[in-house]
Design a protein around this ligand. Structure first.
Ligand code: FAD
Ligand code: SF4
Length: 521
């Protein structure tokens, strides 16, 4: 026990990893075979396997797997972010869409509304790690069908998931119009040639839900659990890191303070890796104020928490008179407008199918007086889409903490013309291809732009770069200011591209993992 009442762990570790999501879980997997003593501190616990995993009312209306913390938005209003704390982080509920960024995403890209900045490392540096991440996460996909696909040195480890008939019909019609729809690369353990032994049963409650049968290749099942097979790896659940302390020289972390089951504890390691997600990693650093680090740890640049990005995301329900009997809907994506469109020479973004909505998911956004049968009919007749456009970094889109320690997330969509165009473009495209399936004069499209509470694709906040004045991390995601401190989650993104982030987070964790193994000797 120290003089502040913290229990001091007598053991010292080679590495402490804080958080077990796409970053932390993947890193733990990479470091585990090294034999080094690794302690993983995770504020959540293993997500319980229970019937509610697959219940849309429990998941989307009761928010059973979300944190109930109250954060403050740009207008100082409280909100509850759509995120949760479990072993595996947000990959426990992700849709498993595993995309590589495009080569050009690593370069400076001119948007109509500003610049998407260049990365200090390039696609060629990431390529081998993308390949390894696709293997680790058992990605099912097909090369050569996405026109914007970057160069790849090998095929996906598993074949893609087939479209169901209604979606195949749509894909055929799109192709006839000269579009290039393709099958989404997915991290699901599905064996379509041996259904008897396929862990994944291809259910309708996948995207946004935990998997009751552990058939989603997430950072818990494919990262942490195999890492724990190694006796040198220890996981502490319910271990919320509150603060990092530095030694007198101020360039070294001397202790990691955490509340373990609500009790204060202190841990030590040669290397400390923060992987708490882009928002909470910034929060941990900003809360670790000291005389030597008055603006928060590793924040001599003033950049910690800034340049928060989260993609401009939106959902659309395309409702026609024709029923959509699909079970597993999330199989089709389109990148035809990723870099622009006729008459608009700037990037628009990415389109993919969502998991199939039902009365429970649609009801989460419906007014309370909407009758259940209407919601039911809407869901039965809709094809459901997800849009992602790049969110350009801005210093005033930021995470900060106030004197009480509360989290503030100031986020405004400063440039959204590309996103609006993408939604409009897709609506007109769908009207053209799905016309004959509909008995109404016009199909009905319900749009929802995801507001600040939608933090699913959170990234930025501790960007990596070569200049310590403008970035928090160096090219190996080591902080410029503190020698034994790394940040290995979505925080390092200097720009976000317009595809789902997890594969890039995982590939980067493998890349940094190799660097750490070399450093540890
Ligand atoms: C509904 C939904 C669907 C998604 N679908 C996709 C998809 O299809 N494809 C895709 O690529 N991405 C998807 N995402 C995004 C993806 O899940 C995230 O990009 C990814 O999980 C981020 O990885 P991370 O390591 O940065 O953070 P996280 O996965 O959030 O992990 C952070 C970890 O740190 C822990 N933690 C936080 N604070 C502390 C603390 N103080 N002390 C200790 N531990 C702490 C958390 O509990 C968590 O385990 C989706 C997200 C959601 C919510
Ligand atoms: S579709 Fe497969 S991986 Fe997804 S929740 Fe259902 S069984 Fe699990």
């Amino acid at each position: 026990m120290d003089n502040k009442g913290f229990m001091i762990a007598t053991d010292s570790y080679d590495v402490i990893i804080i958080g077990t999501g796409a970053g932390g879980g993947t890193l733990a997997h990479r470091l585990a075979p090294s034999g080094k003593r690794i302690l993983i501190l995770e504020r959540g616990r293993f997500l319980p396997r229970e019937k509610e995993n697959w219940n849309s009312t429990a998941v989307f209306q009761d928010m059973r797997y979300h944190t109930m913390e109250k954060w403050f938005d740009a207008d100082n209003k409280t909100f509850m972010a759509h995120t949760g704390y479990f072993v595996g982080g947000n990959t426990k509920v992700y849709g498993g869409a595993m995309f590589r960024l495009r080569e050009r995403d690593f370069e400076t890209v001119q948007h109509k509304g500003g610049i998407s900045p260049e990365w200090p490392v390039k696609y060629r540096d990431f390529e081998p790690y993308y390949l390894q991440a696709e293997e680790l996460y058992e990605v099912h996909g097909k090369r050569g069908v996405d026109p914007t696909e970057p160069a790849m040195t090998a095929d996906y480890p598993f074949p893609p998931l087939a479209h169901e008939p209604r979606i195949q019909e749509l894909a055929d019609k799109l192709r006839k119009r000269g579009r290039a729809p393709f099958q989404i690369p997915l991290a699901l353990k599905r064996n379509e040639t041996d259904l008897l032994h396929s862990p994944c049963i291809r259910c309708s409650t996948c995207d946004g839900f935990p998997c009751l049968v552990d058939a989603k290749a997430d950072a818990d099942v494919n990262g942490i659990r195999p890492a724990l097979q190694h006796s040198n790896v220890t996981l502490l659940q319910n271990a919320k890191v509150t603060r990092l302390l530095t030694a007198k020289n101020s360039r070294e972390i001397s202790a990691v303070e955490a509340e373990v089951n609500g009790e204060p504890h202190s841990f030590r390691a040669d290397l400390v890796v923060v992987a708490a997600g882009a928002i909470n990693s910034a929060v941990i650093l900003l809360r670790s104020v000291s005389d030597k680090h008055p603006d928060g740890l590793a924040n001599s640049s003033g950049q910690v928490g800034r340049n928060y990005m989260r993609h401009l995301n939106g959902a659309m329900l395309g409702i026609t008179r024709r029923r959509n009997p699909v079970v597993f809907q999330k199989t089709l994506a389109m990148n035809d407008y990723y870099w622009g469109d006729d008459g608009f020479a700037f990037p628009l973004g990415h389109i993919q199918l969502l998991g199939k909505t039902d009365r429970g998911t649609v009801g989460a956004d419906a007014p309370f007086f909407a009758p259940g049968f209407v919601l039911d009919q809407m869901a039965k007749h809709s094809i459901d889409w997800w849009f992602t456009a790049e969110d350009l970094p801005h210093p005033d889109n930021r995470v900060s903490v106030d004197k009480t320690g509360a989290i503030h997330l100031e986020q405004r969509d400063r440039y959204h013309e590309h996103f609006d165009r993408l939604m409009d473009r897709w609506k007109s495209e769908l009207k053209a291809v799905d016309r004959d399936g509909c008995f109404l004069p016009l199909p009905f499209y319900l749009f929802k732009k995801i507001p600040t509470l939608g933090v699913a694709h959170q990234n930025g906040t501790c960007r990596f770069g070569e200049d310590p004045k403008t970035s928090v991390l160096n090219v190996f995601c080591q902080t410029h200011d503190v020698d034994n401190l790394y940040v290995v989650d979505a925080s390092f993104f200097p720009s976000s591209g317009a595809v789902n982030p997890s594969l890039t987070i995982a590939a980067n964790a493998l890349r940094v993992g190799d660097h750490l193994i070399e450093r540890l000797g």
